[in-house]
Design a protein around this ligand. Sequence first.
Ligand SMILES: *Cc1c(COP(=O)(O)O)cnc(C)c1O
Length: 367
Amino acid sequence: MNVPLLDLKAQFIPIKNEMMAAVENVFDSQYFILGPTVNNFEKETAEYIGAKFALGVSSGTDALIIALMALDIKPGDEIITTPYSFFATAGSIARLGAIPVFVDIDPETYNIDVSKIEEVITEKTKAIVPVHLYGQCVDIDPIITIAEKNNLFVVEDAAQAIGSKNKNRCAGTFGDFGCFSFFPSKNLGGAGDGGLVTTNDEKLYEKLVKLRNHGSHPKYYHPMIGGNFRLDALQAAVLSIKLKHLNKWHEGRRKNAGFYDSAFSASQQIVTPIILPENYSIYNQYVIRVPNRDEVFSKLKNANIGCDIYYPVPLHLQECFDYLGYKKGDLPNSENAANETIALPIYPELTDEQKQYVVDTVVKAVK
Ligand SMILES: *Cc1c(COP(=O)(O)O)cnc(C)c1O
């Protein structure tokens, strides 16, 4: 049997006609840059997420960049974040000349350990960038409290967490900004790159609108320097169609997670995802922890089961961040997670036979 990590064709086939009609509409209109298709999609996602404003942008990475630009993050500013995330979280901070300050993760949720944030706050600290990793919200309330107490901004990296909830509120509505990605492997994936920024603050939203288009307002007048951070109308058309199916896909992933959870519950060695009771996870990834990870990885590959490691090198140990001065052992929970975790196929269209095959193969490999 063959079980890919993700099968986007299985998702596409049932919605192909709907999708192609939406794409054709954009071609018929020849309105490719911003315009009504993008505006509609922004309204729909703002409503879906429960944010006052949503702005379509060119990628999840650019969502982070433009959010930090809107907060006037400057070279030398310190930004607190997690070392256990996709590179873009810290890369965006560093690209603005700011300094990523890494706080170790909670070993159970893999999200930033909130109890360790206050220790690293200095007079240079400007913001906290927590990540809702694998589709589970970080313990966000205490982060907002710490931010308010210390006058810091909060930019949520919700790239893996569209529709993920904490206490019935969606990721991306707690901080000053929520940043989302439509990279094809995310729960809501485009036909290429795309992203979104949410905010409840009208002034910040207006600033985002300018920054997305070279800081211009009105046209050809530039009160600030922005960039080309626009979402394509073709992407917005595709994403609008997919948004209608998103909750159903989340539920499919959650059902599959339930299947794995109970199938692995007898094992002493397999640690299944720990979801906080107040969270609704959208399982962008289903990540288990095993003692012999590298062996499990190669055995799954040999059995034609797609799997991956998110992430093999924590950000504080990346070569490009040598200048920050971290060394091995500084953030042990992240380092252990990088050595012991593996992501299994969780996409909604998995069949019971495929899931059972994954379970059997994993259980055998862990022994
Ligand atoms: C995917 C991702 C990003 C970047 O999104 P792109 O659309 O690929 O630029 C940022 N942060 C996290 C946590 C991600 O998973």
